[in-house]
Structures are given as structure tokens and as C-alpha cells.
Design a protein around this ligand. Structure first.
Ligand SMILES: C[S@@+](CC[C@H](N)C(=O)[O-])C[C@H]1O[C@@H](n2cnc3c(N)ncnc32)[C@H](O)[C@@H]1O
Length: 226
């Protein structure tokens, strides 16, 4: 099986168990809080902090074209998209199962300005300079071809556009690094090589006219302007 298919299969099973996944992301279930604490060494407040920072660069009255890749189950993004009634939002993911949950969530929340498209971040099905904002939450640690993902997210962004989001970085928490190495890579959820805060800052500063990177434990949050 190719790495892409391994990842798709891992996230297909997660799509079915999205209650567990969502609980961990939000710290709303007992198992979710257990994983936040014992895998990520984060409190619920830490998780909410990195999630809020990931959206901070998007103006509250944003009315342009926004791409989210990967949308996953939409657990973090849909509550924000619900507040962006004038935006034109496209959500993309490689896994139909994860995205089916996001689509159902958008419907349930009556979000009408969002469309969903299955695809590969390494080969985005959009012309150059299509979007005003590209959001990427917890994706780059999973993507098999990270170089292609950095190039494609940059390519589809308009000049002056915003690239923002978050993902796992190594060397910020040794305990988390050990669990990622022993479990998450083997399960197909994460794919090396991983950035550090410093390598990510350097990479994004080289590509973008402005770039800031911060971290909450092992999650880096980035905000860039093209
Ligand atoms: C950890 S989830 C993150 C989902 C969501 N953004 C969140 O923060 O909850 C990673 C997602 O990346 C998707 N993915 C992995 N490789 C991909 C690729 N090459 N192109 C698009 N999506 C991909 C997986 O299907 C999965 O839904």
C-alpha cells in the first residue's frame, strides 16, 4: 500500500470514530481530555488557545474566498465558518469519510456558504491565485508529500493573501515526540519528516512576505501573508 493509501485508510477508520477524534480536539470527553493530557501534555485551555490562534488572522468580517485543507471532520473550523456568512468557503480533504462528517456538521449548523471537494493537497484542483485565505489545521504532519503541499497552498493563494493554521512540530515536548514516533506514525496518522519551530519559521519566512510562528507545546501555529 502506498503511504497515501495508508493515510487514507487510517483516517477512514477515524472518520467512523469521529466522536473520539472530536472529543480529543476539543477536550470535551473523558478520553479526549486523557489524550490531550497524556499524549499532548495540554489542558483543554491550551488546546482552545492554539485553535483560537490558528484563526486569529482571519478578519471577523471576512467576505472573500477561503480554502480549508484538510477539513477533516470540520470540528474546529465549522464553528468559525458559521460566523463568516459573507465568505465563499471551499473545504477539501483526501478522505471522503472524514469529509462526510464535516459536510453533515455544516448541514446541521445550517452553514450554506461552504462547498466540499475530495482531493489531494499536493495537487490542488484550483487555478493559481484563487483564494484570499488558505487555512490548514493539523494537516502538514499528516501529508505524505509536504514539499508539494507547501507549494500548492502557496500557489492557490492570491498575492497579499493569508495562510494560517497549525500542526505538530518535533522537539518542543520529548514525551509527545516519543508517542508520535511509537504510535502515530505506525498507525498512519502522522508522516515524517517533521518541522521544528525554527525550521518552520525559516521555511515560511523564505516563502512569504510576512510569517510568524508560535507554539503551544508540540503544536505550531503559523500566520503568513503572501
Ligand atoms: C489530523 S486530520 C486534521 C483535520 C482537521 N483539519 C482538524 O484539525 O481536525 C488530518 C487530515 O488530513 C487529511 N489528509 C491526509 N493527507 C492528505 C492529502 N494528501 N490531501 C488532503 N488531505 C489529506 C486526512 O484525510 C485527515 O482528514
Amino acid at each position: 500500500m502506498s503511504r497515501k493509501d495508508e493515510i487514507k485508510s487510517a483516517y477512514r477508520s477515524l472518520g467512523k470514530a469521529h466522536g473520539i477524534y472530536d472529543g480529543q480536539m476539543l477536550g470535551t470527553t473523558r478520553i479526549g481530555r486523557f489524550m490531550l493530557k497524556h499524549v499532548w501534555q495540554m489542558t483543554r485551555e491550551d488546546a482552545l488557545e492554539y485553535q483560537a490562534l490558528s484563526f486569529e488572522a482571519i478578519p471577523a468580517d471576512f467576505a472573500g474566498k477561503l480554502l480549508e485543507v484538510p477539513v477533516g471532520t470540520g470540528v474546529l473550523s465549522m464553528p468559525v465558518f458559521q460566523t463568516l456568512a459573507d465568505a465563499d468557503i471551499t473545504c477539501l480533504d483526501y478522505s471522503e469519510k472524514m469529509m462526510a462528517t464535516a459536510e453533515a456538521r455544516a448541514k446541521e449548523m445550517n452553514i450554506q456558504n461552504v462547498c466540499f471537494q475530495q482531493g489531494d493537497v499536493g495537487n490542488l484542483p484550483f487555478p493559481d491565485e484563487t483564494f484570499d485565505v488558505v487555512v490548514s489545521l493539523n494537516g502538514f504532519h499528516a501529508f505524505p508529500d509536504k514539499e508539494a503541499a507547501y507549494k500548492e497552498t502557496f500557489r492557490v493563494l492570491k498575492p497579499g493573501g493569508i495562510f494560517t493554521g497549525c500542526f505538530y512540530i518535533k522537539d518542543a515536548n520529548a514525551h509527545t515526540d516519543k508517542i508520535i514516533r511509537r504510535l502515530y506514525i505506525k498507525a498512519g496518522f502522522f508522516t515524517p519528516p517533521f518541522e521544528t519551530v525554527e525550521s518552520l519559521q525559516k521555511r515560511l519566512s523564505t516563502m512569504y512576505s510576512e510569517a510568524t510562528v508560535r507554539n503551544v507545546e508540540s503544536i505550531a501555529v503559523f500566520q503568513c501573508r503572501k
